[in-house]
Ligand binder design. Structure first.
Ligand code: MG
Length: 248
């Protein structure tokens, strides 16, 4: 069942979302060659807690860290560790917060130092695919109109959309109905209704869309070892344009 949020709940979701946006703004300045993903995790955790939030991912199904850090061929759910970022890497950072019992969720892929033009293009196409998708995040459309627009844009640009992970509804729980694939035909699924809040999150691979999960049971990588990028906002369906909640 898709939970339609009340005005009071939407205000709380705005607060949780804004903290996700602020944490991204804070973290992106720290992303330089030589920093470890664990140091980024610690900085994010302290930032979220000092702004009256709870890091939503820590302990979620036993995930050990406050943020997910997925480097290069890692797609999602990378666990922060002692490896140092190098010039030319790309890093996807996924941040979840809980503020007054409501969740926010947002991911961005960042460049570490100078990256290749193909890596830049991958990041750009991934971000743009999200915005192509939310052109359809309007009252009365079907959910899969968003999915289809994302897939079309990504494939037109020669990249592929991950099939094994999808976006999701979000509210008091981090993952609520509906599931939101980033692929598939248009015209299917529930009709979008004001008060729905959706975490829309294209995961885009440079090569094939096939992924696998490593032995740590979390880190997901591309099977062909090529790069992957991620872009996510928590999005409110309104009577007019969709509202991005995970922005400052
Ligand atoms: Mg998400």
């Amino acid at each position: 069942m898709i939970i339609i949020k009340t005005k009071r709940e939407i205000d709380k979701m705005r607060n949780a979302g804004r903290l996700v946006g602020k944490t991204h703004d804070f973290l992106k300045k720290l992303i330089v060659p030589g920093i470890t993903t664990k140091e980024l995790d610690k900085a994010a955790e302290e930032y979220i807690i000092s702004h009256n939030g709870i890091p939503a991912f820590k302990g979620y199904h036993d995930f050990p860290s406050s943020i997910c850090t997925s480097v290069n061929e890692e797609v999602v759910h990378g666990i922060p560790g002692l490896k140092k970022l190098k010039n030319g890497d790309i890093i996807s950072i996924d941040i979840g917060t809980i503020v007054e019992g409501y969740c926010g969720d947002g991911a961005v892929t960042y460049a570490v130092g100078d990256i290749s033009s193909e890596a830049k293009r991958l990041i750009k196409v991934t971000e743009k695919s999200f915005f192509e998708g939310i052109k359809f995040a309007k009252k009365g459309n079907r959910l899969s109109d968003i999915s289809n627009a994302i897939q079309n844009y990504v494939e037109k640009n020669g990249f592929s959309v991950v099939r094994d992970f999808v976006g999701h509804g979000i509210g008091q729980k981090m993952h609520e109905a509906p599931e939101i694939p980033n692929f598939g035909p248009p015209g299917l699924g529930p009709r979008l209704t004001p008060g729905m809040i959706l975490a829309i999150e294209p995961m885009v691979n440079q090569g094939s869309y096939h992924v696998k999960i490593l032995e740590d049971n979390w880190t997901t990588v591309t099977v062909d070892n090529k790069l992957s990028a991620h872009y996510e906002h928590t999005v409110l369906i309104t009577d007019g344009e969709p509202e991005l909640l995970t922005v400052v």
